[in-house]
Design a protein around this ligand. Structure first.
Ligand code: 13P
Length: 247
């Protein structure tokens, strides 16, 4: 099956209005075949939606698992949708590790995102310790299955999954294309055991120190459909080069 490549930039807690302007300018000239999404911090989402060309998606980096109400500091899925988001990153390893997000909370966020019409980008990934203990596949497929069990496989007909090995995030240590492909194939197999059609159509992204010079080899792997980009999404030149590598 021919899956459309997707490249999403996760700005994390970086970027100001000037980056938004720089990126909007650069992306206005982008007419490649990859789907492109940028995920700036919450305060910039509405401005991003108005600055970016219509073909570029905008996404949040997190969303509440609750309905609107007395939850100071939280942002709900309908709010993201109303601000023009089409996507939201869910279960990033930084949120799992630093903010204690559990699989149950992540499944809740996924469900809220979908109910509001957003496409969740669900992140899974193992730590270095887990990789060294040979439990990578068990960990990442477990994280995926926990959400499938929570929301049902049908919900994955409109979802993206990103494999981001924790040891490769922001470290400059990219998983080799072969290492990443092995895990992507296992994730797709896990999905196939739940629903073969969804497994074939779902976009599986790789994230973790993707740069302009290593992107093409990663994206050439048969089960890697694009990338979730951190550091290299913070300059227009490198981000555009990565989008081009995905075509
Ligand atoms: P880096 O590309 O900076 O390693 O970050 C990856 C990531 O966490 C994207 O969500």
């Amino acid at each position: 099956m021919n899956r459309t490549p997707l490249v999403a930039g996760n700005w994390k807690m970086n970027g100001r209005k000037d980056l938004l302007a720089e990126m909007a300018d650069a992306l206005a000239g982008y007419a490649g075949a990859a789907e492109v999404v940028i995920c700036p911090p919450f305060p910039y989402l509405a401005a991003a939606r108005s600055a970016m060309p219509e073909t570029i998606g905008v996404g949040g980096q997190n969303v509440s698992e609750r309905e609107d109400g007395a939850f100071t500091g939280e942002v709900s899925a309908p709010m993201l949708a109303e601000m023009g988001c089409g996507y939201v990153i869910i279960g990033h390893s930084e949120r799992r590790a630093l903010y204690g997000e559990t699989d149950a909370a992540i499944a809740g966020k996924f469900a809220r995102a979908q109910a509001a019409g957003l496409t969740p980008i669900l992140c899974v990934g193992e730590t270095l310790q887990e990789r060294e203990a040979d439990s990578t596949v068990e960990v990442v497929c477990g994280q995926l299955q926990a959400v499938i069990d929570g929301v049902g496989i049908a919900a994955f007909a409109r979802a993206v999954v990103a494999y981001e090995p924790v040891w490769a995030i922001g470290t400059g240590k990219t998983a080799s294309p072969e290492q990443a492909q092995v895990v992507h194939a296992c994730l797709r197999q896990s999905l196939a055991e739940n629903d073969p059609d969804i497994a074939q159509s779902l976009q599986l992204l790789y994230g973790g120190s993707v740069k302009a010079d290593n992107a093409a080899l990663l994206f050439a792997q048969s089960d890697i459909d694009g990338g979730l980009i951190g550091g290299a999404s913070l300059t227009a030149d490198s981000f555009i080069a990565i989008c081009q590598a995905a075509e």
